[in-house]
Design a binder for this molecule. Structure first.
Ligand code: FAD
Ligand code: NAD
Length: 404
């Protein structure tokens, strides 16, 4: 590292952090700036595939990519450590095992599960947070099946799987569970009818606010494969036996309880003294934190306002990658004393998988897709990201080409 060169430090190697680093390497000459990427692990993971890791329908290694395979360590200094806090006054990032100074900071540490203070949720539920929490879910479900097989007078409730929250994460997880459970039943010689898969959603319908036809399709598809839906059913508490639901405090028992009821930005934002709205920073149009000349906040840590609708864009990988483009461009502009650009979201649509061969969603101008075309589109989107990150080699190594 050269003391005379400006130092750009990127926190988090998720969609926003990886793509920002990639774009900075493309847009800046090595003599213009030093680039540092800091991440908890030496791998990047596909957050959008975590529901598959959780259900065990893909091997967790497929969802991981070694950072040094796609980011040149001779060009970018890679630090594998946990960020504890950003000290804005001193322009220092405090890590679990050291500290790093910065001239420009890109804060892209992603999301954490939000339990909204629901009693017992932190203690008793599993979360879809990262590779490790998802591997735990996969192992726990299989353990419940193995235990049931080996116990005399085993309780059928121990086989039940409860998913709390019917947003996209919950629905995509259910799509994988309906594929996995029959396989586990076969493996452990258990009657499929004994295994309940239940989704509990507080709103009047799953996927609140999404297109009604597509929601109805998703619900029918999952119900036909054995998912029970409880809508208008707010989870009040999580116990070691399951959920307490609704005003009449109905108890729903299960051996596996997964909470997919919402997300917030990294808690490091709060530790670092940023002003938060519902756990994230509402950024300026150029994606900088309010009042900060040299700090950009991206991905699931940022609220980016959709001025036309008067509310923020939803936190998605699609948006995080677009933030990265604007951020890299704006850092280059700062280094060259040029005007910064405002972020413009280009909506490519929303597609959700409902298992390997089914899905639903909208593409581009709102065209609706159902079934195999939607499932195929989801794989195309996944593979496109791999292509952007690591070119055709990465698509061939990690891409999704599973036949129907
Ligand atoms: P992340 O992808 O969360 O990456 C953050 C990175 O920071 C990680 O590498 C993490 O290890 C690292 N990190 C975190 N804390 C620290 C720390 N303290 N120190 C060091 N490193 C740290 N969006 C879509 O557009 N399409 C989809 O199909 C889609 N599917 C999804 C499916 C699931 C199951 C889930 C959970 C989300 C899905 N999303 C989807 C949303 C999307 O994944 C997120 O919006 C996206 O991951 C946000 O990207 P990010 O770069 O902000 O953060
Ligand atoms: P979310 O906030 O979108 O959904 C959470 C759901 O939990 C909501 O339907 C909410 O009503 C419900 N809920 C909250 N509290 C509850 C309670 N006490 N009892 C019962 N239900 C409760 O969260 P998510 O699904 O994790 O999605 C997070 C972000 O990631 C969103 O922006 C989403 O669009 C995105 N995402 C996108 C995809 C995709 O495009 N395929 C897939 C997954 C996630």
């Amino acid at each position: 590292m050269n003391a005379s060169k400006p130092k750009i430090v990127v926190l988090g190697a998720g969609y926003a952090g990886m793509m920002t680093t990639k774009r900075l390497c493309q847009q800046l000459q090595p003599e213009e700036a030093d680039i540092v990427l800091i991440n908890k692990h030496n791998y990047h993971y596909q957050t959008t595939w975590l529901h598959e890791v959780a259900a065990g329908t893909i091997n967790h290694n497929l969802a991981r990519i070694m950072i040094s395979d796609v980011i040149n360590p001779n060009r970018v200094r890679l630090i594998y450590d946990s960020v504890v806090k950003v000290n804005k006054e001193e322009q220092l990032v405090e890590l679990e095992n050291g500290e790093v100074s910065y001239d420009y900071l890109v804060f892209s540490l992603g999301f954490e599960t939000n339990t909204f203070g629901i009693k017992g949720m932190d203690e008793h539920a599993f979360f879809i947070n990262d590779i490790d929490t998802c591997r735990e879910i996969d192992s726990h479900i299989e353990y419940q099946f193995a235990k049931y097989r080996n116990e005399e007078n085993a309780n059928d409730d121990s086989l039940a799987i409860l998913v709390g929250g019917g947003g996209f994460t919950g629905i995509e997880l259910l799509g994988e569970l309906v594929e996995k459970v029959p396989k586990l039943c076969k493996k452990y010689d258990i009657d499929r009818n004994k295994v309940r898969i239940i989704n509990v959603e507080a709103a009047p319908t799953i996927l609140p606010g999404f297109d009604k036809d597509l929601v109805a399709y998703a619900k029918d598809s999952l119900q036909s494969r054995g998912v029970e839906f409880m809508e208008n059913a707010k989870i009040q508490e999580c116990t070691e036996d399951g959920f307490i639901v609704g005003d009449d405090h109905e108890e729903i028992k299960a051996g596996t309880v997964v909470w997919t009821g919402g997300v917030k930005g990294s808690s490091v934002l709060g530790e670092s003294g940023f002003e938060l709205t519902k756990g994230k920073v509402t950024v300026n149009e150029d994606l900088r934190a309010p009042g900060e000349e040299n700090i950009f906040i991206l991905g699931d840590c940022a609220w980016v306002m959709n001025k036309e609708e008067g509310r923020p864009y939803p936190p998605t990988a699609q948006a995080a990658m677009q933030h990265a483009d604007t951020c890299a461009n704006n850092i280059r502009a700062l280094l060259h004393d040029e005007p910064l650009k405002a972020f413009k979201f280009s909506d490519k649509g929303t597609v959700a998988s409902l298992g390997v061969t089914d899905g639903m969603g909208t593409v581009l101008s709102g065209t609706k897709l159902y079934g195999k075309p939607a499932a195929t589109m989801k794989k195309v989107v996944d593979n496109r990201y791999l292509f952007l990150l690591g070119g055709p080699k990465l698509v061939l190594r990690k891409g999704k080409f599973r036949p129907f």
